[in-house]
Structures are given as C-alpha cells and as structure tokens.
Design a protein around this ligand. Structure first.
Ligand SMILES: *[C@@H]1O[C@H](CO)[C@@H](O)[C@H](O)[C@H]1NC(C)=O
Ligand SMILES: *[C@@H]1O[C@H](CO)[C@@H](O)[C@H](O)[C@H]1NC(C)=O
Ligand SMILES: *[C@@H]1O[C@H](CO)[C@@H](O)[C@H](O)[C@H]1NC(C)=O
Ligand SMILES: *[C@@H]1O[C@H](CO)[C@@H](O)[C@H](O)[C@H]1NC(C)=O
Ligand SMILES: *[C@@H]1O[C@H](CO)[C@@H](O)[C@H](O)[C@H]1NC(C)=O
Length: 669
C-alpha cells in the first residue's frame, strides 16, 4: 500500500471522565466474585491520572543511558513565511484554539528549538517528567535511550501549504492556490537548510533526524476540523479556507479539500502536513506528541505500519490491536503543546519488540505447533510487557506454524477476514502500566503474526469480542451520532482475553484449522502490583504427549460463610495423579521441558436442591504432575431454597478427555 510509511499519533488522553474509574471494590469474600472482570476504557476518556509507574527502575532518569545504544537524534525545527510556531503566539490565537497553555505561549522564535527539545526529552513540569528517552528505555528494558539535539529555527523557502497539500492524499493539485507549487519536498528543503548551516560532517554524525514543522498536523485535525465540526463541505467557513487572497486567484478555490481517508476536510486541516518517516528522517508538527516520535522512530528502525483505513469502502478489517505502538489512534491529539492525547504511545507488541531487539530472545518461549502435537500441553506464566520479567521469567510465547491453514476468506467482503499467510501466534500480557497505562484494558493479547515487518497486517489481533462494540465516535453538527466502523481499531478495545468465568471476555481460543487451543488459566498480581497470567497452549492433534495423565478429586467441603445469603465456597482437593515423561522427542525451537510438567483441567459444576445456584469462578485449573490444588465452586441458596443441596464438581483433563473425576459437596442453610 502506498501509505505504508505514513502514520499518525496514538492514544488520546483528553477529556475528564473519572466516574468510570471509581468503582466500588467488590467484597473479596464473595464466593461468586468474578475473577478478572473486563472493564475496558475508551482512550478518549483517559487522563494523566491513569498513568501508573512501573515498579523498579526510573526509566526517565537522564543519567541512565541505553546499555546497547543511545539514539543520537537531531531535532530540526522549521517555520514558514505564512506560519509561525504556534507557541510564539498568544494563548488561543490560532483557529484550532492553540496554544493551550499560558506557560507555552509567547515564546521567542529563537527559543523554540530548545523548548521542544526539553518538552520531548527533559523531565519537567510541562511533560510531567515523561520523555522519549523514558519511553524507549522502558520499552527496551534499558537497552535503548534517546539523545536529542535541537537545531534551527529555519525559515522554509515556500509557504506551509505548499508542503502540506500532497498529491498522495490531497488531490492532484486542484486544491493548491494558483501561482503556487504544492507537493513540495519538505525533507529536501528542511535538511538542506540544516546541512548548509551546520555542515555535512555535523549533520552526518546524527543517526536520525526529526523535522519539527510549525503548526498542527493533518492527522490530528482532518476529522476534528472537518466532519466533526462542519455538517457538509459547503459549511466550512472562510476562516478554515485558503488564506485570504489565495482562493485560487479567481475566487473559486473552495474552503474544503480532499483528505486522506474521506472525501473532504476543511482546507486548513488538509493543508497541514501528515507525519511520516523514511530515509533516516521523520516529519512531525507542533501537535505531534512523543507517541508520534516513538512511532516514526520505529519506522526508521525498519518496521512498517500495522493499521488499516477504517473509513474505506469496502471496509478493510481491523488488522490492528489497540496495543502495539504501530497502530493508529486518530484522535483528539491536537493540543499544542502536545502534553495530552498522543503524548505517550503504547509499548511495542512482543512481535515488534523481538524484531527491533527490545526484548531478550530468552524472554520469549519459542514453541511450534508441530512440536506441541508431540510434547503435549505447555503451561507458562507470562509477565506484563511493561515490566522486566527477569532472567528466568517470560514476556510471552511464540508458536510457530509450518503453514497457516485457515480457510481462505476475502478481505474485501469479510471484515473479520485476517487475509491468511501468518507464520506464528504470539501470546503476551498487557497491563495498564508504564507506557501501556493508556491501553484500554489489561489482559492476555493473542495475535497471529508474520515474520515480515513491512507488509501489513503483520499482526492480527484475535478479538475476544468480535461483535460490533457499538461505540459512538462523535456527534455530527446535525445531532446524529456517528458510530465507529467495523474496521476501526477501537473495535479492539474489548479484544483482550481474561481469566475466569463471566468476565465479559473469553478465557480460551480455539483455532480449529490451525489445530491450536489457547487457555488463559489464571491471573496474578504481586505485592509490587506486577500483573502476570498463567497461560497454556496445546495442539488439537496428537495424544497429549508422552506423559501419563490422571486425576483424583476428593469430596468437597464448605466451611463458614452464609450459604443462603452471599453463598459459600465448596473446596475440592484436585490431584494430578499422572506422571511426567519429559519432553520426549518433541521438536520445539526452545527446550520446553520446564513448561510441560502440568496438565490443565476443565471444571464444571451442577447443584441438586431447589433454589440453589452454583458457579465455577474459574473453569480451568493447571496442576503439576504429582501435585494437588484446591478447586473452588461457589454455591448459594435463595431465602426460599431447600434446606440442603448437593454440589457435583466434574474435572476433566484437557490433554485426555477420558481422564475425568467427579466429587460431591453438601451444603445446608
Ligand atoms: C478561543 O477563541 C475562540 C475564538 O475566538 C473562542 O470562541 C473560544 O471561546 C476561545 N477559547 C478559550 C478557551 O478561550
Ligand atoms: C552535503 O551532503 C549533501 C547531501 O548528503 C550533498 O548534496 C552536498 O553536496 C554535500 N555538501 C558538501 C559541501 O559536501
Ligand atoms: C478557477 O481556478 C481553478 C483553480 O485554479 C480552476 O480549476 C478553474 O478552472 C478556474 N475557474 C475559472 C472560471 O477560471
Ligand atoms: C445528519 O448528517 C448525516 C451525515 O451527513 C446524515 O447521514 C444524517 O441523515 C443527518 N441526520 C439528520 C437528522 O439530518
Ligand atoms: C531466538 O530463539 C529462537 C529459538 O531458540 C531461535 O530460533 C532464534 O534464532 C533466536 N533469535 C535470535 C535473534 O537470537
């Protein structure tokens, strides 16, 4: 696709809607308590209060350098004869309502380069201590840091709109005022001015260049100052049209222009630049937050976009997770200076971390589907990707497939068609912590992934809730609600898998065609607040491996509590009486022996007794061979319930469905 290297900003953090965040903590002694409820948050509703510092290292500390590399990046600032830096103006002096902060207005032009250098990379009040260096240090667990040196400001030789109106998204010159030449090369002119001043030796000493352009960017204005504000293209007022006197010379250039995803936006928005990266440099505008720089830096490191056009017809599929750094979150990230929405992108997905060298290869357990058919069930604990899992911990699993056997489907007609041709699955854990604080949810992220990092989609998120999420995108000027499309990345706000029953999400995923069954067995949060999940995966082929499977279930008992009120827990001792036979001749890329010594059992419960109800809070239990654990069933009676009831628990081995046991537990009012 022609726009592979284009991008926009990420997670929006704009309005204040704290109500969602304040929920009564359910009583922890409630036996029916949902283990891991899904309460996703729309990024539009997040605030800085959502930021959670990961325990341990202070990644923002400027004295801590990347252990492998500190990117040496030049920040080249440019302005235009028709467009000064927004931060040099008075508050609310542009048509977009910027600059927003009094503390970031009226800045001398000569101080602008240092202002943005510090905003992006020096911990301070205005950026709340958050920097690009911090982002990359956290994302790479200390491997990569960022040094930023500012240059300019340089006055560009042409008007701003001559660079902003680009043939690839704004028509073929028909929106360019007559007498001007649009689709100009911003890189050639900006880098030329910089090289002429500092000399080639200095310029060549930088690994990367960020070009920071005066003004807003198109990616964060086309919708807000297009269809969100104006009912039709003919309603766009002169203030958002071409500059006075430049309306085509003959008075016929409209106040709107073609934009990237839809037919029109205001001319002003369409004539802004759209951030992109290539050839060792990236372009940003004053409204581009750190998230945009992180995104474009990823492109410079050799990885493409992973997002679709959600407005296309036919719709492309939601090929993206809300999680990886390389998705698009169109959004309300239009504030200058960019200290709200878009100021912190999410962490890279595990697939992308592996490609970019942001994670130790040993933090990923490499398995193969073919190996699973021989080895049997793999059970592992995976730590949230915002935290260092330590030398023996795991950040995730990769399951290689010798071919993607999903049946063919059409991405033109089926919005949920993934296009096929994937090389593996990745399993990782997302927590709303660190740069992932502005993720919509915590949970297990399951994705189909490819080796190739340029042809999209290279990551296809398995959506635990594939149905239309029914989210209002915005309210049109005529009062009609506009809902997000089925292809919008926000369909994935509820995509993550959760542990336990009744979560609002799923705890397992079966890919029948690819012969794989994934499980989310349990959730753990340690005293330091670090999230991890027990996950499992097995092949639907083979006979469960060479280990011998067995189970014993002792009679259950219920102690204390209030059986006819909030209910009680029937506790059953579940023993894995099988014998572990080792890895055998399974051919996983990594040795999986340490993860093969458990079986996963499925629990189901029934109750006999008028007016009594049962629930298994968790329908899965992983138990090591030769060990035991407590299986729990919640049981409760209504006020009119029979005096007593009998609960029956059935536990079945997922590795061998003939291995099962039942046991009973009596309760009375
Ligand atoms: C910004 O200016 C516009 C136009 O003059 C005005 O309508 C708006 O209320 C102002 N906003 C603030 C926050 O002052
Ligand atoms: C500096 O580098 C640019 C592009 O890399 C090249 O076009 C130019 O000739 C060089 N200038 C000198 C003085 O070497
Ligand atoms: C007016 O200018 C526009 C853009 O330059 C051009 O397409 C159009 O044909 C002109 N119209 C007339 C009546 O000259
Ligand atoms: C509002 O505008 C939208 C988009 O133009 C249109 O589809 C819808 O019918 C309009 N609603 C009303 C009530 O006019
Ligand atoms: C990572 O580990 C896998 C499995 O052990 C191996 O095949 C691969 O070559 C390793 N990759 C790197 C970059 O070391």
């Amino acid at each position: 696709m022609g726009f592979n290297r284009l991008s926009t900003a990420f997670a929006a953090v704009t309005t204040l809607l704290a109500a969602d965040l304040i929920r009564a903590a359910p009583c922890s002694s409630d036996p029916f308590k949902v283990l891991d409820a899904q309460n996703w948050v729309n990024p539009d509703d997040m605030t800085w209060a959502d930021f959670k510092t990961p325990p341990g290292v202070d990644w923002a500390d400027p004295s801590r350098k990347g252990s492998e590399r500190n990117f040496n990046i030049a920040l080249v600032t440019i302005d235009y004869r028709d467009k000064a830096f927004v931060v040099t103006g008075a508050p609310n002096s542009t048509i977009y309502g910027n600059p927003l902060l009094a503390s970031a207005s009226g800045i001398q032009r000569s101080d602008v380069p240092a202002f943005y250098r510090d905003l992006l990379n020096k911990p301070g009040d205005i950026n709340r201590g958050h920097t690009l260096h911090e982002y990359w240090m956290q994302d790479s667990l200390g491997r990569y840091g960022v040094d930023l040196t500012a240059f300019g400001a340089y006055a560009m030789p042409a008007s701003s709109f001559e660079y902003g109106i680009e043939d690839r998204m704004n028509g073929n010159g028909e929106y360019c005022p007559s007498g001007y030449k649009c689709d100009r090369d911003i890189r050639a002119d900006a880098l030329g001015l910089w090289r002429a001043e500092v000399g080639n030796a200095t310029a060549d000493s930088f690994e990367l260049v960020f070009i920071l352009s005066a003004g807003q960017d198109e990616s964060s204005t086309w919708q807000e100052f297009g269809e969100m504000r104006f009912q039709s293209r003919d309603d766009v007022p002169d203030a958002f049209g071409p500059p006075p006197g430049l309306n085509g010379g003959n008075g016929t250039l409209p106040n709107w222009a073609k934009t990237r995803y839809v037919d029109w936006s205001s001319w002003a928005a369409a004539s802004n630049i759209w951030p992109n990266a290539g050839d060792g440099s990236s372009t940003q505008a004053e409204s581009s937050g750190m998230g945009t720089y992180a995104h474009e830096l990823s492109h410079l490191l050799g990885i493409g976009d992973n997002y679709n056009n959600p407005y296309g017809n036919p719709r492309a599929a939601p090929m993206l997770a809300p999680s990886p750094c390389l998705t698009v979150a169109r959004l309300t990230a239009l504030v200058i200076p960019p200290v709200e929405g878009g100021s912190m992108g999410s962490l890279h997905s595990l697939r992308d971390k592996a490609q970019l060298g942001l994670v130790s290869n040993t933090s990923i357990l490499h398995l193969s589907r073919e190996g699973l058919a021989t080895s049997g069930m793999v059970v592992a604990t995976v730590t949230a990707r915002a935290v260092d899992p330590g030398p023996s911990g795991l950040m995730g699993l990769r399951v290689d497939m010798d071919a993607d056997r999903s049946p063919a489907c059409s991405i033109e007609t089926d919005v949920l068609c993934d296009g096929g041709g994937y090389n593996h699955y990745h399993v990782e854990v997302v927590d709303r912590m660190g740069a992932d604080s502005f993720q919509p949810d915590h949970g297990v992220l399951l994705s189909k992934t490819t080796n190739d990092g340029w042809t999209q989609p290279f990551m296809w998120t398995i959506d635990a809730n594939p149905q239309d999420i029914g989210l209002v995108d915005f309210v049109r000027p005529n009062g009609t609600k506009a809902y997000i499309t089925m292809g919008d990345y926000r369909q994935l706000l509820d995509a993550l898998f959760h542990a336990g029953t009744r979560s609002g999400s799923q705890f397992e995923h079966i890919d029948e065609a690819n012969r794989l069954h994934f499980y989310v067995v349990d959730i753990h949060r340690d005293d330091a607040g670090v999230l991890s999940y027990t996950v499992a995966v097995r092949s639907l082929d083979g006979s469960g491996g060479s280990s011998k499977h067995g189970i014993e279930l002792a009679a259950g008992s219920a102690k204390g509590g209030n059986p006819a009120g909030s209910g009680v827990t029937c506790a059953f001792e579940l023993s894995n009486t099988g014998t572990f036979a080792g890895e055998g001749d399974a051919s996983h890329p990594d040795s999986a022996a340490a993860y093969l010594d458990s079986d996963v059992f499925r629990l189901s419960a029934a109750v006999e007794g008028e007016g009594w109800r049962v629930e298994v809070p968790n329908a899965l239990a992983a138990v090591k061979f030769g060990e035991k654990m407590t299986a729990k069933v919640a049981v409760g009676g209504s006020a009119n319930a029979a005096a007593s009831a009998v609960v029956t628990l059935t536990a079945t081995s997922e590795s061998d469905a003939t291995v099962l046991a039942t046991a009973k537990c009596s309760v009375s009012k």
